[in-house]
Design a protein around this ligand. Sequence first.
Ligand code: HEC
Length: 150
Amino acid sequence: MRTGTGLAVAAALLVAPMAAFGQPAATIEARQANFKAIARAFKTLNDELKGARPSVATLRRAAAELAQASQRIPNGFPPGTGPEAGVKTEALAAIWTNRAGFAEAANRHIAAVKALEAATQSGDLERIRAATQAVGPTCKACHDSFRLKT
Ligand code: HEC
């Protein structure tokens, strides 16, 4: 059984990067699901901070989920997964024509989320609040340049 599991894991590891390049639809759906997870975690943080007694454990968990998902953003946009893929996507062609700008927007966001994660470790609610507020503009900055306005 051990060998079987090992083979399955090896197969999964081989398939993952191939899917990123071989199946635009699957890649696009996966990155959209990842953005939904990002939005969900970010909403949890904001909702929790509005409460009378925010739970630091909940804030830590949501920040960790947000950090994990945010780090996946840069890999979600391989060539061939833009508007030309024929799949419903709000990704603008600018992502591929201005790769440096997109990478910078993603890195700014990831840095803000890492600072938020560190703030949740401190347990200081005012610090967590400020760090959460600093993340929102990094979402908007990327959407303004790289996501279709709907
Ligand atoms: C570096 C760029 C970038 C950053 C940072 C970013 N987004 Fe996005 N987001 C996009 C792009 C591009 C799409 C469109 C993806 C697609 O349709 O293929 C998108 C799509 C979305 C969607 C729609 C997902 C769907 O299809 O249902 C939501 C919700 C979203 N983002 C929320 C957020 C939130 C909240 C943040 C910050 C906490 C954030 N995003 C940060 C670029 C970004």
